[in-house]
Ligand binder design. Structure first.
Ligand SMILES: NC(=O)c1ccc[n+]([C@@H]2O[C@H](COP(=O)([O-])OP(=O)(O)OC[C@H]3O[C@@H](n4cnc5c(N)ncnc54)[C@H](OP(=O)(O)O)[C@@H]3O)[C@@H](O)[C@H]2O)c1
Length: 144
């Protein structure tokens, strides 16, 4: 959500596809997106027409984490789509996300790389939330 806010990416009325239905990623994201008035579709391993679903999306958030079974490619996204890659996998021994980043970045308006995208962002948010929680517990005023 911080990434969307920082880059002024409007969510209201947008079609969002989330490829993940876990309690950790997909379900909380579904609610966060819905609260911002997006139209949200949750996909998973049993989804039949995944490429078609993604092609209809303004925003694709992918969190599969298994490049042996799934890669988000440029042919699966529409021109100008926003791609948030939460997945962590290995390709030829190297850390990689779900997306073929070099391919999708030519078509997407924004895309997060792996490494260097959602991972460090998550750590930064964890630190901020920790400071906020500690401040509240000590009765300090915070602006978040
Ligand atoms: N960067 C970060 O800060 C961060 C934070 C959390 C997680 N992650 C990463 O995000 C990924 C997911 O984490 P998780 O804990 O949510 O894992 P998980 O519980 O294994 O969830 C994976 C999801 O991907 C779906 N899936 C598997 N194969 C698929 C396929 N071929 N096509 C479409 N969907 C498929 C699964 O569907 P089913 O439900 O049908 O099995 C499931 O919903 C991992 O790589 C993890 O390391 C990163």
């Amino acid at each position: 959500m911080e990434l969307f806010d920082y880059y002024n990416i409007e969510l209201s009325g947008k079609n969002v596809v989330i490829i993940n239905r876990s309690n950790l990623v997909g379900k909380p994201l579904y609610h966060l997106m819905l609260e911002r008035d997006a139209t949200v579709t949750t996909c998973h391993s049993k989804t039949k027409n995944l490429a078609e679903q993604c092609l209809g999306a303004d925003i694709v958030i992918t969190a599969v984490g298994n490049r042996a079974h799934f890669t988000l490619t440029d042919s699966m996204i529409r021109e100008g789509a926003v791609v948030i890659d939460v997945g962590t996998s290995r390709v030829n021994g190297k850390l990689a996300g779900d997306a073929d980043y070099d391919g999708i970045i030519k078509k997407a308006s924004y895309a997060t790389p792996v490494p260097g995208g959602v991972g460090p962002m998550t750590r930064a948010m964890l630190l901020r939330n920790t400071v906020t929680a500690a401040s509240i517990s000590k009765g300090f005023v915070t602006n978040r």
